[in-house]
Design a binder for this molecule. Sequence first.
Ligand code: OOG
Ligand code: MG
Length: 256
Amino acid sequence: VKHEEISNELWSAWENVKPIPAFSGRYPDLSVEDAYLIQNILSERAVASGDSICGYKMGLTSKAKQRDVQVFEPIRGFLRGSFEIPKNGTLDMKKRIHPRVEPEVAVVLKSPLSGANVTLREVRAAIHSVLPALEIVDSRYENFSFRLADVIADNTSAAAFMVGSLELPLSPDELRLTGVFVRKNGRIVETGAPAAVLGDPFLSVLGLVKSLATEAKRLEAGMVVLTGGITNSIPLQPGDRIEVVWPGETLAFEAV
Ligand code: OOG
Ligand code: MG
């Protein structure tokens, strides 16, 4: 499989805001291992272009999201520093192909996490804060249509994210049942709770650390982790106003 060639196509699709056909059709043997190698080329290229890797994301950690895209395994991607959008900001739709928004729980770390044998207790001890978040996903593939290896190669559709500042409960029991809803142009379109994410979003962080360990990588202090969409993602059109409402904090933006 031609890792460089595939990563070039994905990079151009992002830069030119032009979707491409999924690779699994053209390269039927494209494996998950190939896909992570391609993703790594994209992350190196992002850093070489002056961007930073400010954290990682997990995807497809809820049943809603898995059904959404018909891929039934959790996946990992990286977050570029330039992906972060300010609270109450705007999302520039001219730079987007077919973006969607989803509510997520973000975790910020106070100490590094590494190793295939990491425990949930170690994950909890390394957490600085649990924060409301939203992610914008924007697949580089035509019709938002892909298979497992495609979406991993495409850095799990990562495009942008927003993180709040009001801390959510650190206790898994409380966090699980802290509700969230999404309003689009004043109407509630999705509701959910962090329990949707593997029953406990900290398990998503655990899975991420184990997955990074296979490449001898780790999470650093200060990194942000998106634990995965809680509900279906919501398609965005120019002019849409989105509010992700958590108890005590609303994350809002306007697509322009
Ligand atoms: C794949 C990325 C999934 C999540 O939170 O589940 C994801 C996609 O939906 O395009 O970010
Ligand atoms: Mg997501």
